[in-house]
Design a protein around this ligand. Structure first.
Ligand code: GDP
Length: 195
């Protein structure tokens, strides 16, 4: 699949207002600042994704289309300390529903900074995805920040920590800066989109 053909379709204020639940979609999620926008931009070779860096602002869910029945979904970043608890709860509820009910969702890419992966909300998200039988691609971002030995050790450690979950989970190091892991991401997405 040529990911550089992706084009912006729409921004939805919440999950209930996403495009019709047809075809196949792959969602990208991660703590704010994890490198999600950079990863989407690297994958699509475009400046598609921007992030609102203002904590607590209403964050939109952006949809990008590869063709009429293939979509990339850019979910709002989570983990802002200053977001009111009610907003956090509302978001968790709708995210849980999305993972459970969205027929077209064939995989979720979870982006985590390689230097501090598997924070509580990352674990929650991965747990929910596994519980909903959604395959997970965990990308350890900003891999260029670690030397090769430390990078490999971190990938192995995350794989080990997730190995007790009975789910379809793949873990790779990724760097938007260097292109590390990009072929592996494209391969996994092709698998999800093409079945
Ligand atoms: P988002 O909030 O998850 O969308 O994160 P962004 O993509 O906006 O990235 C957050 C910060 O991390 C920015 O300052 C990026 O320049 C930086 N960043 C993202 N990806 C990489 C990477 O692969 N390597 C390095 N060194 N920095 C990165």
């Amino acid at each position: 699949i040529k990911y550089n053909t992706a084009s912006f379709v729409t921004s939805a204020p919440d999950i209930s207002r996403l495009p019709a639940d047809t075809g196949i979609e792959v969602a990208f999620a991660g703590r704010s600042n994890a490198g999600k926008s950079s990863a989407l931009n690297t994958l699509t070779d475009q400046k598609l994704a921007r992030t609102s860096k203002t904590p607590g602002r209403t964050q939109l869910i952006n949809t990008f289309e590869l063709d009429a029945d293939k979509r990339l979904i850019d979910l709002p970043g989570y983990g802002f300390a200053k977001v009111p608890i009610e907003m956090k709860k509302k978001w968790q509820k709708s995210l849980g529903e999305y993972l459970q009910k969205r027929q077209s969702l064939k995989g979720i890419v979870v982006l985590m900074d390689i230097r501090h992966p598997l924070k509580d909300l990352d674990r929650d998200l991965i747990d929910w995805a596994v519980g909903s039988e959604i395959p997970v691609l965990a990308l350890l971002t900003k891999a260029d920040k670690l030397k090769q030995g430390a990078r490999k050790a971190q990938v192995l450690q995350v794989r080990r920590e997730l190995s007790n979950l009975e789910g379809d989970i793949t873990v790779h190091a990724f760097s938007s800066l260097k292109g590390t892991g990009l072929p592996e991401v494209a391969k996994k997405l092709d698998e999800w989109f093409l079945g």
